[in-house]
Design a protein around this ligand. Structure first.
Ligand code: UDP
Length: 291
C-alpha cells in the first residue's frame, strides 16, 4: 500500500501507526506535478483513492491555486495512472459541488448552486471539474471510476488549527476559550465520522455496479451549528462562552445528503452518531493535548 501526500494541510502524525507496517510506503509528492506519472513505485498499482486536496475553507482559501491544481491536474494525473495500469479509481469529490443548495436534502442528480466568483469557488469549482475529468475517462475508455461526494467528515485527525467547525469548537472548549459561532448558528451541516466515510469509500471501490457513478457519502442526521456548539460544550464539560461572529461569504445555509443511492447501490450507511463521534474526537484531542 502506498500513501502520497505533500503535507500542505495534513497532519504527518496521523500516519505514525501505519508507518510501522512494512507493507506501507509513504511518498512525499504532489499529485499535481506531471513527474508523478513516471514515479517507479506507482507502476503496477491496482486501485487509486484520490483524496489529495486541502478541504478546510481556511486551507483552500490560503492556497487557491494549489487547490485548483490538485483537483484538476492532480485528478487528470491519477486518471492517467489508472488508465495506464488498468486500475480502479475513487475520486473524493465534495458536497460543495451542491454549493448553497436550493434542494434539500441533496440527491446526486441535483446540479447545485455554486458561485464561481467567490472565496469558495477555487474548491467547489475545481472539485466539479475533477468530476468532469472522471466522467470523460469513464465515457471514453470505460475506466472503472467512481465519484464520492463527501459531506463534512471529522475525527481527532483534524489539526487543532484546521479552521473547520468541529476542530475549532472542540479545541476552544478544551482550552476554555470562546466557542466561535459564525452568523447566528442556524445554518446546518450533517457530520460523518471518519470510520463511516472510509468504509463508504472502500465499499465504493469494491462495487462494480458503481462504475461511472456519483454517490453521496455522509451522515444524514442534520444539526444546526449552534446545536453543535452546545453539544461540544456539554460533552467536554467546558465553561466556554458561545460567541457570535460574522458569517463568511457564500457559507451554505443547509447541508444534508440524500443517501438513497448509497443505501441501495452500495448497501452502505453511516452508523456512528454525532455524540459518539464527538466523544472519540474529544478523547483524541485530549490525549494529543496531553490532558
Ligand atoms: N463555523 C462556525 N465557527 C467556526 C468554524 C465554522 O460557526 O469556528 C461554521 C461555518 O460558518 C459553517 C459551518 O460551521 O457554517 C461548517 O464550517 P466548516 O468550515 O467546518 O465546513 P464547510 O461545510 O463550511 O466547508
Amino acid at each position: 500500500m502506498i500513501g502520497i501526500d505533500n503535507f500542505s494541510s495534513g497532519k504527518p502524525s496521523n500516519l505514525h501507526e501505519i508507518s510501522g507496517y512494512p507493507s506501507f510506503l509513504l511518498l512525499t509528492l504532489d499529485v499535481a506535478k506531471p513527474s508523478i506519472l513516471h514515479q517507479e513505485e506507482l507502476q503496477g498499482i491496482e486501485e487509486i483513492y484520490h483524496l489529495a486536496s486541502p478541504a478546510s475553507p481556511r486551507d483552500y482559501q490560503r492556497n487557491p491555486f494549489a487547490t485548483i491544481a490538485a483537483n484538476t491536474a492532480g485528478t487528470s494525473h491519477m486518471l492517467e495512472l489508472a488508465a495506464k495500469n488498468g486500475a480502479k479509481l475513487v475520486y473524493a469529490s465534495t458536497s460543495e459541488a451542491y454549493g448553497d443548495p436550493e434542494v434539500h436534502p441533496q440527491p446526486e442528480e441535483y446540479k447545485g448552486n455554486v458561485n464561481t466568483w467567490g472565496p469558495r469557488a477555487c474548491y467547489d469549482e475545481s472539485k466539479r471539474l475533477g468530476e468532469v475529468y472522471c466522467y470523460e475517462y469513464h465515457r471514453q475508455i470505460q475506466l472503472p471510476v467512481k465519484v464520492a461526494r463527501i459531506f463534512n467528515t471529522y475525527s481527532g485527525g483534524l489539526r487543532n488549527d484546521d479552521g473547520r467547525v468541529i476542530s475549532n469548537f472542540v479545541t476552544q472548549a478544551l482550552n476554555g476559550e470562546d466557542i466561535t459561532v459564525y452568523g447566528n448558528g442556524s445554518q446546518t451541516r450533517s457530520f460523518c465520522y471518519v470510520t463511516d466515510t472510509i468504509r463508504g469509500l472502500i465499499t465504493l471501490m469494491e462495487k462494480d455496479a458503481a462504475n461511472g457513478q456519483i454517490i453521496n457519502i455522509g451522515n444524514d442526521t442534520e444539526y444546526s451549528i449552534l446545536d453543535i456548539a452546545h453539544l461540544v460544550k456539554e460533552l467536554t464539560g467546558s465553561s466556554s462562552r458561545i460567541t457570535f461572529h460574522p458569517l463568511p461569504q457564500d457559507d451554505p445555509q443547509l447541508r444534508r445528503p440524500c443517501l438513497t443511492k448509497a443505501r441501495t447501490l452500495l448497501g452502505w450507511e453511516p452508523v456512528v452518531t454525532l455524540r459518539e463521534g464527538l466523544l472519540r474526537t474529544i478523547e483524541a484531542y485530549c490525549s494529543q493535548m496531553g490532558r
